[in-house]
Design a protein around this ligand. Structure first.
Ligand code: HEC
Ligand code: HEC
Ligand code: HEC
Ligand code: HEC
Ligand code: HEC
Length: 165
């Protein structure tokens, strides 16, 4: 049964792949948020907006209220901030376009990787120097495998495709 499900999701994977590789150009975001400004110039810590909540798989994206802790007062006359405020007032998250995303049938944990010593930069590039984020590193299966081979982490199929906790 598990095997059948596994191959069914892999077929779905093949169909997605058949549509072509993910674009490497930066997606247009609903609000022109800049990591270079916030994480670079203002030196806000990554974890302020990306909390690695238990069990640690995701880093998550910040709630609109997080931005408003400053933007209730900062640059309130700027058009993007007025747009931000309208999301906040209607209690909506900003519909950010995802940059790094892997299919749901692959098991991935941020915490396991940071505990193994991997840095944000290794997998996401020079974020704090980027005005706009785009996919800079290879997070395809080949990309995962290259690092696993270098770091002597496991390479067997079930490690990423049918992980048992
Ligand atoms: C710790 C305070 C702080 C937080 C939190 C913060 N910002 Fe900012 N933001 C600033 C400051 C300071 C500026 C620069 C203001 C200036 O140019 O004088 C700025 C500028 C901006 C601008 C450019 C505005 C313009 O057109 O000039 C945007 C857009 C923006 N922030 C979006 C966001 C979003 C979205 C979030 C949440 C994900 C966020 N900010 C969180 C402090 C903050
Ligand atoms: C003030 C809040 C804030 C801080 C600080 C911040 N980020 Fe972000 N981050 C965001 C927002 C908002 C997005 C979604 C918009 C975008 O992709 O630019 C995002 C998106 C990302 C993404 C892309 C996620 C995806 O798959 O769509 C990565 C990777 C990322 N941040 C890494 C970092 C790293 C590394 C740092 C520290 C150097 C950092 N961020 C600091 C707010 C923040
Ligand atoms: C070993 C590689 C690797 C490392 C190290 C890593 N990431 Fe990621 N990151 C990924 C992958 C792969 C995804 C897509 C996950 C998915 O779609 O389930 C991702 C997704 C994200 C996202 C989108 C939201 C989410 O949780 O899916 C953010 C934000 C993010 N990473 C921030 C960070 C930050 C900040 C650090 C450093 C503390 C970091 N990442 C370290 C590989 C990595
Ligand atoms: C920068 C190098 C690097 C990259 C890129 C990387 N990994 Fe890893 N991964 C590691 C290391 C190191 C470990 C720890 C191995 C150990 O503990 O023996 C690990 C552990 C894991 C684990 C075990 C987690 C746990 O809960 O014990 C899984 C699953 C995994 N990686 C999947 C992935 C996937 C999927 C990708 C691609 C999206 C990926 N990795 C990309 C280095 C990397
Ligand atoms: C280190 C983690 C990792 C290991 C080990 C791994 N995979 Fe994957 N696999 C992935 C990721 C990540 C994707 C999704 C790639 C994408 O974004 O399309 C994937 C996708 C796939 C797909 C979907 C089609 C494709 O090529 O993208 C197939 C089929 C597949 N893997 C088979 C296998 C087999 C067979 C093995 C054992 C030889 C294996 N995988 C080992 C991470 C891994």
């Amino acid at each position: 049964m598990r095997i059948a499900v596994f191959f069914a999701v892999l077929m779905a994977g093949f169909l997605l792949v058949a549509q072509g590789p993910a674009p490497v150009t930066a997606p247009v975001q609903p609000i022109p948020y800049s990591h270079a400004l916030h994480a670079g110039k203002l030196q806000l810590k990554c974890g302020m907006c990306h909390e690695n909540k238990d069990p640690g798989e995701t880093m998550g994206l910040p709630a609109t209220s997080k931005c408003m802790t400053c933007h209730q007062a900062v640059k309130t006359d700027a058009e993007p901030i007025q747009k931000l405020k309208s999301f906040f007032d209607s209690k909506r998250d900003v519909p950010w376009v995802r940059v790094y995303q892997i299919p749901g049938y692959v098991y991935f944990s941020h915490r396991a990787h940071t505990e193994a010593g991997a840095t944000c930069q290794e997998c996401h590039g020079a974020v704090a120097a980027s005005e706009v984020l785009k996919r800079e590193t290879d997070i395809s299966m080949g990309g995962c495998m290259t690092c696993h081979r270098q770091k002597k982490a496991p390479l067997n199929c079930t490690f990423c495709h049918e992980h048992q906790n």
